[in-house]
Design a protein around this ligand. Structure first.
Ligand code: MIC
Ligand code: SF4
Length: 645
C-alpha cells in the first residue's frame, strides 16, 4: 500500500509511536518559528528549560504582531526576543521585515521537512510541501530544545482539484469553498492534502493561501505536493537547492476524498462572524462597505498585491470607504515600489501600513461602529477587529479592491478582462533584516538578555490534586474561539508577557464579570460546547485561566491546539460522554470530581457530581499515556524537567 504526502514526511520523522490513525505519535522537528505575541512566553519557557542552544536545523523568531508601540511594552519584548535569539542560535527577523508565514515561505520553508510554529497559521508552509503545524509556545520551546512534537496521528483527507480557476476567481475562493463543505470543525483530527490535475495551475503563494486557512477548518495541517511549480518558486527565491519532489503514491489510501472542480467556483465571501459562513456575492445581495483591508498572512503576496494595484490603477477609492493595505513582506513591498505598483496604490488613496499583521489582530484600523469591513484575512470572529459590533467579511484581494472602488460588495468579474499577472522569475532577495545568531561559545555567552519590566513570571502549575471541588465559573456555547477566551487587539496584546494584567480581560467578550468571579472563588471549572478553543495557538488562553484558578474545562469537544495548551498548562481537559448532559450544569453549580487523580492514573470511568442538583454525570479525559503523565505532574514544563532528571 502506498503513502500519502503527509505519511511520507511523518514516516521519515517518526521518533515515537506507530503511524496508526488515532494513536499518539512523536515527530522530530526540523524547523521552528515564533512570532512576538506568543514568542515572549515561548522564549521564557525555553529559558526555563535550561537548554543553551537550539537543536533544530533552523529556528526563526519573527516580529510581526505587536508592532504598534504606544508604550514601552512591545519594544521591550522585541529587544528581549532579539537578545534571546542571538544567544541561543535563533535567526531574528526584525520588525518591518514582514509577516512570519509569508517570510517563512519566501526564505526558509523546505519541502519534505517538519515545521512547528507558535502560531496557528504555521500550515501556510504546507503550500511548499512542508509538514507544518501550529502549536503552543511550550511545545515550540520543547522542539527547540530537541524534544519531539506529539500529535494524534490524523485521518487523511484528499481534496482532488480538477479544472482551472476562471478569471477573477481566486485561491481564497478555493479555501472558502472547502470551508463551506467542511465547516470550522470539519478538519479536526485530519490532514488535508491537495492533489489532482488542478494543482498545477496554482502558484506557491496561491497554494499557501489555501493551506493557511486550513487552520480555520481546525485541521492538524494542510499540504500540497512539491512539484515543478514549487521548484520554480524556490528558484525565483534563489533557493533551488532546497527543492525536492514530493507527491502521494498512486495507491495512497485516504479516509475521505472531496472533489472540487476549480472551473465551477465563483467569487465568495465568509460572512460575520465565522469563516465557514460562506456565501456568493449574489446570495449576500447589496452590501454597503465602510472599510476594506488587504493583507495578512493569507493574502499579502506579490501576486495578490499586483492584482490589487492593477484594479486600483488610475482610479480613486470610494469616498465612503477607507482602504488599508499591509504588504506581507519587505520583499513584496520593495518589489511593488520598484515596479511602480506602490505608486498606483497610493495614488488611488490606499492607506499603506507597515509589513505586519496589523488590522488582522486588531493592531489598529478598527472599523467604525457597526462598520462593514471587507478583509482579505482568515478570521472574522466577533470583536476581533477591535470594534465589538463591526461586521467583518472575508474576501479575496480582487473582490476587496473592486469593492473599495464601488463602495459596495462587488463581484470582481464585473471588472472586465483579467490581466495575466505572472510570478516573477526572480524575486528581489535582500535578507538584511534577518539577523543571524551569535556563534556558539564565547560570542553567544557574551550576549546579555534584555528584559523589560513588563515581563512577569508565568503562573506556577500544580500537580493534579486527589479530588477537585469547585464551582462552575462560566458556561459557554459552541465554537468558542481563543479570541473569546483571551482577546487580542492593540490595547491588550502588549501584555502577552504579563499574565496577571491579561487576566482582567479573560472571557470579557462573553461575560465581563468572569475575571472577578474567578478571583473571588479562587478555583473553578469552565463548561463549554463543541469545538471549544478554535482559532489561535495562543497558550495565554490556557495560562490566564490557570492563573485565575481554573482546574478543569468540561466541553462537548475541543479544538486541537487549545486542548494541548490546556494539558501543557496542567488544566484537566474533560469531555461529556453524553453530550445532552451539558444541560445538567449551570453557572454557579458546585461540582465535585472525587478521586480524580486515581481515575486519571488508572483510566477508570470518571463521574462528576453536581452537588447543587444532586445529579451524577459521566465524563472522560481521553488522554494518551504521555498526556496523562503531563497532567499528573502539573504541565509540560514540570514533565520535561522530570524526564531530563
Ligand atoms: C491569530 O491570528 O489569532 C494570531 C494572533 O496570529 C494567533 C497567535 C496569537 O494569539 O498570538 C494564532 O493564530 O495562533
Ligand atoms: Fe498575523 Fe493575522 Fe496571520 Fe495571525 S492570522 S499570523 S494575526 S496576519
Amino acid at each position: 500500500m502506498g503513502f500519502t504526502i503527509a505519511e511520507k514526511i511523518i514516516r521519515s520523522h517518526l521518533v515515537d509511536g506507530e503511524m496508526k490513525t488515532g494513536k499518539e505519535i512523536g515527530l522530530r522537528i526540523d524547523q521552528t518559528l515564533t512570532q512576538d505575541a506568543t514568542g515572549t512566553m515561548a522564549y521564557l519557557e525555553f529559558e526555563a528549560m535550561g537548554v543553551d542552544r537550539v537543536k533544530t536545523e533552523r529556528s526563526v523568531a519573527y516580529i510581526d504582531h505587536n508592532t504598534l508601540q504606544s508604550g514601552f511594552e512591545n519594544a521591550d519584548d522585541h529587544r528581549f526576543i532579539a537578545s534571546v535569539a542571538k544567544k541561543h542560535g535563533i535567526y531574528y527577523s526584525r520588525p518591518g521585515n514582514g509577516i512570519c508565514h509569508q517570510l517563512h515561505l519566501e526564505r526558509f520553508g523546505i519541502p519534505g521537512k517538519t515545521l512547528i510554529g507558535s502560531d496557528s497559521h504555521t500550515p501556510t508552509a504546507g503550500g511548499l510541501g512542508m509538514l507544518a503545524c501550529g502549536a503552543g509556545g511550550l511545545d515550540v520551546a520543547v522542539a527547540m530544545g530537541g524534544g519531539a512534537y506529539y500529535i494524534t496521528m490524523p485521518r487523511m483527507v484528499r481534496i482532488n482539484l480538477t479544472g482551472k480557476l476562471s478569471p477573477w476567481v481566486s485561491a481564497k475562493d478555493v479555501i472558502l469553498a472547502v470551508l463551506r463543505i467542511l465547516s470550522v470543525k470539519g478538519g479536526v483530527g485530519k490532514i488535508i492534502e491537495y492533489g489532482g490535475e488542478g494543482v498545477k495551475s496554482l502558484s506557491v503563494p496561491e497554494r499557501a493561501t489555501i493551506t493557511n486557512m486550513g487552520a480555520e477548518l481546525g485541521a492538524t495541517t494542510s499540504i500540497f505536493p512539491s512539484d515543478e511549480v514549487t521548484k520554480a518558486f524556490l528558484k525565483a527565491q534563489n533557493r533551488e537547492s532546497d527543492w525536492v519532489a514530493l507527491s502521494a503514491d498512486e495507491d495512497a489510501q485516504y479516509d475521505e476524498i472531496i472533489d472540487i472542480d476549480l472551473s465551477e467556483l465563483v467569487p465568495m465571501a465568509a460572512c460575520p462572524h465565522s469563516p465557514d459562513n460562506v456565501k456568493s456575492v449574489a446570495e449576500i445581495g447589496k452590501l454597503k462597505v465602510d472599510q476594506v483591508c488587504i493583507g495578512s498572512c493569507t493574502n499579502s503576496s506579490y501576486i495578490d498585491l499586483m492584482r490589487v494595484a492593477y484594479i486600483l490603477k488610475g482610479k480613486t477609492v470610494h469616498p465612503d470607504v477607507s482602504l488599508a493595505i499591509a504588504p506581507g513582506s519587505k520583499q513584496v513591498l520593495t518589489m511593488l515600489a520598484q515596479n511602480g505598483a506602490l505608486a498606483d496604490l497610493v495614488a488611488a488613496g490606499a492607506r499603506i501600513l507597515e509589513c505586519a499583521c496589523g488590522p488582522c489582530i486588531g493592531m489598529g484600523q478598527s472599523p467604525n461602529s457597526k462598520g462593514v469591513s471587507l478583509r482579505t484575512f482568515n478570521r472574522n470572529f466577533e470583536g476581533r477587529s477591535g470594534t465589538a459590533d463591526a461586521q467583518v467579511y472575508l474576501v479575496s484581494p480582487e473582490m476587496a479592491a473592486a469593492s473599495a472602488l464601488s463602495g459596495y460588495l462587488t463581484d470582481p468579474r464585473e471588472l472586465g478582462d483579467m490581466p495575466a499577472i505572472e510570478l516573477p522569475e526572480q524575486f528581489l532577495i535582500n535578507d538584511n533584516m534577518i539577523v543571524p545568531p551569535a556563534a556558539a561559545g564565547a560570542e553567544a555567552d557574551a550576549v546579555e538578555i534584555l528584559r523589560g519590566p513588563n515581563i512577569k513570571p508565568f503562573p506556577v502549575t500544580q500537580p493534579l490534586s486527589d479530588s477537585i471541588e469547585a464551582p462552575v465559573l462560566l458556561k459557554v456555547g459552541d465554537n468558542i474561539t481563543t479570541d473569546h477566551i483571551m482577546p487580542a487587539g492593540a490595547k491588550i496584546l502588549p501584555y502577552r508577557s504579563n499574565i496577571p494584567h491579561l487576566s482582567q480581560y479573560c472571557f470579557a467578550v462573553c461575560d465581563t464579570e468572569f475575571p472577578a468571579r474567578a478571583k473571588a472563588a479562587g478555583k473553578g471549572i469552565i463548561v463549554g460546547g463543541s469545538n471549544y478553543g478554535q482559532g489561535s495557538s495562543r497558550e495565554h488562553a490556557a495560562l490566564v485561566p490557570l492563573y485565575l484558578g481554573v482546574k478543569a474545562v468540561l466541553v462537548k469537544s475541543f479544538a486541537r491546539i487549545h486542548q494541548q495548551n490546556l494539558i501543557n498548562a496542567g488544566i484537566l481537559p474533560l469531555t461529556f460522554v453524553h453530550e445532552a448532559d451539558y444541560e445538567k450544569l449551570h453557572l454557579g453549580d458546585d461540582i465535585s470530581l472525587p478521586d480524580i487523580k486515581a481515575c486519571i492514573s488508572s483510566g477508570s470511568p470518571i463521574y462528576l457530581e453536581n452537588k447543587t442538583t444532586g445529579e451524577k454525570i459521566e465524563v472522560q479525559a481521553n488522554l494518551s499515556g504521555r498526556a496523562k503523565d503531563i497532567i499528573l505532574c502539573g504541565g509540560l514544563l514540570n514533565y520535561t524537567k522530570e524526564q531530563s532528571k
